[in-house]
Design a protein around this ligand. Structure first.
Ligand SMILES: O=P(O)(O)OC[C@H]1O[C@H](OP(=O)(O)OP(=O)(O)O)[C@H](O)[C@@H]1O
Ligand code: HPA
Ligand SMILES: [Mg+2]
Length: 187
């Protein structure tokens, strides 16, 4: 599949599964299930489409606590390997998040533009708490000084694909994170 487009595997399927289980354990301690029987007390996972779809579904299944799921679709990359700097909402939430414990689930924080925009946007809707869990983080995000409590892997500043992450909508279906051969985007 995609013969020759992937220069190397950066994070294998096994490594993703193992780290997801570790993150789920940490998150279950951070968000103990409530005993009040109110569904609105469940942790609300907000997956950022499309990139976070794989991580969101695997994380939700690994979490030993009840969660609810919502999705937002935003886009800033299109068919480029750098952010356009303009975050567009393609699909908004279907529900109110006021007074909910919200966990944004992201596939990657690269420049940090998407997440800082999203944090501001969601914070204005008055959740009880708002935190982030991202599978991947690149060095620029560290410099952007975003407070991210839960990070799967810190990775080098190279364009990666697979496990939800795309280049021009391809490669999302790979089960691992791979480095995209620069010949694919420079030709
Ligand atoms: O930190 P940043 O530099 O803002 O980059 C991170 C964002 O970029 C990607 O989304 P993209 O715009 O490619 O949309 P997609 O998830 O539909 O592929 C990725 O899924 C993150 O949401
Ligand atoms: O390295 C990346 N790969 C795919 N999508 C992305 N969106 C931000 N950074 C990346
Ligand atoms: Mg993309």
């Amino acid at each position: 599949m995609y013969d020759g487009d992937i220069a190397s595997v950066l994070i294998s399927e096994e490594q993703i599964n193992q780290r997801t289980a570790e993150l789920a354990e940490i998150l279950a301690k951070r968000y103990p299930p409530s005993t009040d029987g109110d569904p609105d007390s469940d942790l609300l996972l907000i997956g950022v489409l499309k990139g976070a779809m794989m991580f969101m579904t695997d994380l939700a299944r690994a979490l030993p606590i009840p969660t609810q799921m919502e999705f937002m679709a935003v886009s800033s990359y299109g068919s480029s390997t750098s952010s356009s700097g303009v975050v567009r909402i393609l699909k908004d939430l279907d529900r109110d998040i006021a007074d909910r414990n919200v966990l944004i689930v992201e596939d990657i924080i690269d420049s940090g533009l998407t997440l800082s925009w999203l944090m501001r946007n969601l914070a204005s809707r008055n959740p009880r708490s708002l935190e982030v869990c991202t599978l991947l983080r690149k060095p620029d995000a560290v410099r952007a000084d975003l407070e991210v409590a839960n990070v799967g892997f810190d990775i080098p500043n190279e364009f990666v694909v697979g496990y939800g992450l795309d280049f021009a909508e391809r490669y999302r279906d790979l089960p691992y994170i791979g480095l995209l051969d620069p010949k694919v985007y420079s030709s």
